[in-house]
Design a protein around this ligand. Structure first.
Ligand SMILES: *[C@@H]1O[C@H](CO)[C@@H](O)[C@H](O)[C@H]1NC(C)=O
Ligand SMILES: *[C@@H]1O[C@H](CO)[C@@H](O)[C@H](O)[C@H]1NC(C)=O
Ligand SMILES: *[C@@H]1O[C@H](CO)[C@@H](O)[C@H](O)[C@H]1NC(C)=O
Ligand SMILES: *[C@@H]1O[C@H](CO)[C@@H](O)[C@H](O)[C@H]1NC(C)=O
Ligand SMILES: *[C@@H]1O[C@H](CO)[C@@H](O)[C@H](O)[C@H]1NC(C)=O
Ligand SMILES: *[C@@H]1O[C@H](CO)[C@@H](O)[C@H](O)[C@H]1NC(C)=O
Length: 432
């Protein structure tokens, strides 16, 4: 019997120490780290690491910079060898396709009521954009690319279709499922592999650009579940239903689970941008402040408890998280310092039973894991790959007498599952 585990130690204050220079150096003394190997405190998915591909295009600008270029799912350069290799290195990387513009995206299939145009700037449009459209020829290209690079795909569907804007960002009316139905039917008929269908982006609670009431959302989820069940009735496995892909709001999320009911939603997705705006000059100091980083743990804990109470059939994912919102911080979110936030949050979220963590973004914005023109990996890409290769499914409790600057997380090792780690997982299940 062997006992293997992976331990990640992150010293948050390291750059601060380096910056202070000699003469004013903080002493890093001996520390004692104790890992509890008796019982796993949580379990993550075998493919915990996930990255997003968004719909934003070259016209998406924040604070006079437009950091998306050709990183949209509609025009990402799928023939660039570094893009394929970066995904293949994970064997297999989870990818979530979605983002703000998805709730204005049409699929060019069936009896589409509108012409198929790309997203364009439009001052009165949601998020300042017009409707956009995914041609099936592009969907075919994406799926050819996926069959070569073998990612595990979550596709996030337009959840505003058929509704109308009432006032103050509130959208009302039943979801019109016809375009999504035709799109899923097309996808099934082509044999394209989709791991999970997500419903909507940031429409929960008060919403970001738009919001939908939890009761209405819950009813529409039942409708979508029926569509998935029907269209995949000949398949041996059917995709999971994932929702709502938004910021955590306790009352709204609880209501959603109560209204949709047992077994409808398989995965509850929350979005996390706990570092504030990308342009905020305090961004770097927040990344290096353990007290600031710790604040996110409250949200992870609350969501875990809420799901346990209202929807124990559902697991929890971070469906999108870029650290800093509005495309991330220039020269921060794509540099070494960002891993002090990213690695810490991977470890922290796993402790609260987050099964999958989707990083915004694979490419695009200032927070891309890959440079959006050269596809050369940024530092966080390697953090993600390292995590994926080292950290297994069993999450172990760690105690240390170090200061809060030293972040410690332990998992059973990935790969060869040791008997002991398997036992730890089994015991954790029994306890639940
Ligand atoms: C932590 O405990 C170890 C062993 O008891 C001790 O050597 C070390 O000085 C302690 N470190 C701190 C920062 O208290
Ligand atoms: C995509 O990448 C390939 C390989 O690097 C390159 O030859 C091609 O010009 C790129 N296409 C576009 C539209 O940039
Ligand atoms: C589903 O797709 C198949 C194959 O493209 C097509 O023949 C069929 O009519 C579609 N079903 C519906 C209900 O649209
Ligand atoms: C699957 O659903 C289709 C359309 O509703 C139906 O025609 C077919 O009989 C179903 N097949 C099975 C195996 O249930
Ligand atoms: C960001 O870095 C680039 C070089 O990579 C530099 O040209 C630019 O001035 C920097 N911008 C800011 C706001 O620091
Ligand atoms: C991305 O790569 C290009 C080409 O190597 C380089 O000019 C550019 O500075 C990089 N962008 C960022 C944001 O690092």
């Amino acid at each position: 019997m062997e006992f293997r585990l992976s331990l990640v130690l992150i010293l948050v204050s390291l750059p601060a120490i380096l910056a202070q220079g000699v003469g004013n150096t903080k002493q890093v003394g001996n520390v004692k780290v104790v890992v509890n190997g008796i019982l796993a405190i949580a379990q993550v998915d075998n493919n915990f690491i996930c990255a997003t591909i968004d719909w934003w295009n070259h016209e998406k600008c924040d604070y006079n910079q437009c950091p998306w270029g050709s990183a949209s799912a509609l025009n990402l350069n799928l023939s660039h060898p570094l893009l394929a290799k970066s995904i293949q290195a994970f064997n297999q990387l989870r990818i979530r396709i979605g983002g703000s513009l998805e709730d204005q995206l049409l699929y060019d299939v069936g009896n589409l009521k509108y012409p198929c145009h790309p997203f364009r700037k439009q001052s009165h449009g949601l998020f300042g954009f017009s409707r956009g459209c995914l041609p099936m020829s592009r969907w075919d290209e994406l799926n050819q690319f996926f069959s070569k690079t073998r990612p595990i795909i979550t596709f996030s569907l337009n959840a505003l279709s058929g509704r109308h804007h009432k006032s103050g960002g509130v959208w009302v009316g039943d979801w019109d499922s016809s375009n999504a139905y035709d799109f899923i039917n097309y996808t099934v008929s082509k044999g394209y592999q989709i791991d999970s269908w997500e419903f909507g982006n940031e429409l929960s609670g008060r919403g970001v650009g738009a919001s939908v009431g939890a009761e209405q959302y819950g009813k529409d989820l039942i409708k979508l579940k029926h569509i998935i069940t029907q269209l995949y009735n000949k398949s041996r496995t059917k995709p999971a239903l994932v929702a709502p892909g938004g910021f955590y709001d306790q009352a709204w999320f609880a209501k959603l689970l109560q209204v949709s009911g047992s077994g409808i939603v398989n995965v509850i997705t929350q979005h996390m941008y706990n570092l504030g705006a990308g342009v905020d000059p305090k961004l770097m100091s927040r990344i290096l402040n353990p007290g600031y980083l710790d604040r996110a743990s409250g949200t992870f804990r609350d969501l875990e408890q809420m799901v346990k109470k209202n929807g124990p059939w559902a697991s929890i994912w971070v469906g999108e998280s870029g650290g800093a919102y509005n495309s991330g911080g220039r020269n921060v979110s794509d540099t070494f310092v960002n891993s002090f936030w990213y690695l810490d949050q991977l470890g922290m979220s796993a402790k609260y039973n987050t099964r999958v963590y989707c990083r915004q973004s694979l490419v695009g914005g200032n927070y891309g894991l890959l440079n959006r023109t050269s596809f050369v990996p940024n530092p966080d890409y390697y953090s993600a790959l390292l995590w994926h290769r080292l950290m297994g499914q069993g999450v172990l409790a760690v105690n240390s007498n170090a200061s809060a600057d030293l972040r410690t997380y332990a998992h059973c090792a990935r790969g060869r599952v040791s008997l002991l780690c398997r036992k730890i997982l089994c015991q954790a299940y029994k306890r639940k």
